[in-house]
Write a protein that binds this ligand. Structure first.
Ligand SMILES: [Zn+2]
Length: 296
């Protein structure tokens, strides 16, 4: 990448026939291994003769974080790449990397899929985010691709500073997929993730598959992220995927001598979509994301 020592590991699959260009990124968070391994798997199984158009796969956007086994951040600047888009051409390494991904890649393609997976200290119910605070047509194209993915949870997102959300704001339909977590990965998860991404590529008419299942989709409103008001030990009362009622206690923070420091309640009827599983929590650290089911 220009003006840095960064080398982005990527695969370009250029099809025989002309068509759309699709960008797939993994490892924006370097410890989301299911997505990273899925990106490798996709490049193994998709041959150029099966592709109409082009598929660009970046295997780890945040390679330094992957190498150093960091949670969420880059090794160079300790920045969370998914919070600093659109980036800055003249900023630190992370800001320049974000700027490059947006301006040289995601803004220039027809569709963008950013693969995530709950990071080292998170647990998540597999789901896909699609942008809603963007141009209506861009949102519609993204939502339809999400619906074709066979992720059963679709979550509306109003995010503006992430890799995929910024691309959507700038005119590229895009989705963020989540599968995996807690710093582990398995072949079963990689196979499942691969199938879902292939479903999206099939929907976008760049790659064909035959088997499609009809699955029931649950639509969610934008998430309520609950943040810690104290530093200490986090004791969640539920798991990702559990249903909760408005006002129900979802967990507590205690100190190392078991004194109660804070209690946390759900702001809505809904589902805990993802949450922190680490015992250690910082003040203002992320605890839990709860989302209301959308009335369809
Ligand atoms: Zn992530």
């Amino acid at each position: 990448m220009i003006n840095t020592d960064i080398r982005l590991p990527f695969t370009l699959i250029s099809g025989k026939e002309k068509g759309k260009t699709i960008l797939i990124t993994a490892g924006v968070h370097g410890a989301e291994y299911v997505g990273i391994e899925t990106s490798k798997n996709l490049s193994r199984i998709i041959g150029p003769k099966d592709v109409t158009g082009r598929i660009i796969i970046i295997h780890t956007v945040n390679y330094s974080g992957f190498r150093e086994r960091l949670s969420a951040v880059t090794a160079e600047d300790r920045e969370n790449l998914n919070r600093i888009f659109p980036g800055d051409e003249k900023g630190n390494i992370s800001q320049r990397l974000a700027y490059f991904i947006l301006n040289s890649l995601s803004k220039k393609v027809d569709f963008y899929i950013d693969m995530h997976g709950a990071d080292l200290h998170g647990s998540i119910r597999p789901l896909v985010f699609y942008p809603v605070a963007v141009d209506k047509e861009i949102s519609k194209i993204a939502k339809e691709a999400a619906e074709a993915s066979e992720f059963s949870y679709l979550v509306a997102s109003t995010s503006r500073n992430g890799s995929y959300s910024r691309a959507a704001l700038e005119g590229t339909p895009s989705i963020l997929t989540e599968l995996g977590g807690m710093g582990i990965w398995s072949k079963e998860e990689v196979d499942s993730y691969t199938e879902k991404i292939l479903n999206v590529l099939n929907h976008l008419q760049v790659y064909s598959i035959n088997s499609r299942k009809d699955i029931e989709i649950t639509y969610f409103e934008p998430v309520n992220e609950i943040m810690a008001k104290e530093e200490g030990c986090w004791y969640p009362f539920f798991k990702a995927g559990d249903g909760v009622k408005k006002g129900e206690k979802i967990g507590v923070i205690k100190d190392l001598f078991d004194n109660l420091l804070g209690e946390y309640y759900s702001p809505t009827d809904g589902i805990i979509l993802y949450q922190t599983v680490a015992l250690s929590i910082k003040k203002e650290g992320f605890l839990s994301a709860i989302s209301a089911i959308e009335e369809v």
